[in-house]
Ligand binder design. Structure first.
Ligand code: ATP
Length: 252
């Protein structure tokens, strides 16, 4: 069985997260996703406290079907390393196919993650496009982590797949990459599912979904500046932010 997890700070959850989830559920046909809010993000400082981020995630998941929240990281009294979370999930689901969903920005920092060499022995990664990678995509480049040229065995031997958009024929043709590894293998969504049905971990899937150029950081800034953010955040989440006076000047 496929178990998909979307980790993040969700400070606050926004349209970018929503669109990623929509693409994964609707186009990639991965039905159920667990939203996994982190406790203490190792790479950034959160502004809203855990209770508020959990409350916003709870409101967020009600905005569409087949979403639930996994509170494992919030319950830990330690930094939320993906490695630790995956060890826990592996113990819980020893023979299931585990998918960890990340944005392309997180993927590019992959080699800075704690025990990153061990991550793909526990799950597949599903990489969603993000704004910073727009230029590279325009130039028909797929991205590898920044230290990709020195990437050791676990990535070299990992299967990195470029998922073709539906009904695309062979488009995009001649997809290049930024580092000197073998060409990415292009697979259809059906072929991706065959891989997921036959393996529990070990592959990286680069998706070709659309992205929305928005981040939680920009939204927090906009709220501080008293700009209208209603296009970017589901209404119940925005009401919660207003009621609880989150992200006001002085909070960061
Ligand atoms: P911040 O601006 O505070 O860094 P963020 O907008 O990146 O936050 P997170 O909650 O940290 O939000 O993101 C969780 C996951 O969702 C990460 O893997 C991130 O790359 C991905 N993500 C965030 N925004 C988008 C977006 N607009 N499109 C696609 N993926 C996104």
């Amino acid at each position: 069985m496929i178990k998909a997890f979307f980790g993040g700070t969700f400070d606050p959850p926004h349209l970018g997260h929503f669109q990623s989830i929509d693409y994964i559920q609707t186009t990639l046909a991965i039905r159920h996703i667990d939203v996994l809010p982190c406790h203490i993000p190792p790479h950034k400082v959160s502004i809203a406290n855990e209770a508020a981020r959990l409350a916003m995630c709870e409101l967020f998941i009600k905005t569409r079907a087949n979403l639930s929240i996994n509170t494992f990281e919030l319950e830990q009294n330690a930094p939320s390393y993906t490695f630790d979370t995956l060890q826990y999930l592996r113990r819980q689901f020893p023979s299931d196919c585990l998918i960890f969903i990340v944005g392309e920005d997180s993927w590019q920092n992959f080699t800075t993650w704690y025990r990153w060499q061990d991550i793909l022995s526990m799950c597949h990664l599903l990489v969603m496009p993000r704004k910073a990678q727009q230029t590279m995509r325009k130039n028909n480049l797929l991205t590898l982590p920044e230290k990709g040229s020195s990437l050791p065995i676990s990535i070299n031997s990992a299967n990195i797949y470029d998922i073709l958009p539906p009904n695309s024929g062979n488009f995009p043709k001649n997809r290049k990459k930024t580092h000197n590894l073998d060409k990415f293998k292009q697979v259809s969504i059906e072929q991706m599912h065959q891989i997921l049905n036959n393996t529990t971990h070990g592959s990286v899937f680069m998706t070709n979904g659309s992205y929305h150029d928005i981040s939680s950081t920009e939204i927090r800034r906009a709220i501080q500046a008293k700009q209208d953010v209603s296009e970017w955040i589901p209404e119940p989440v925005l009401n919660y932010i207003k009621t609880n006076n989150l992200y006001q000047i002085g909070d960061d």
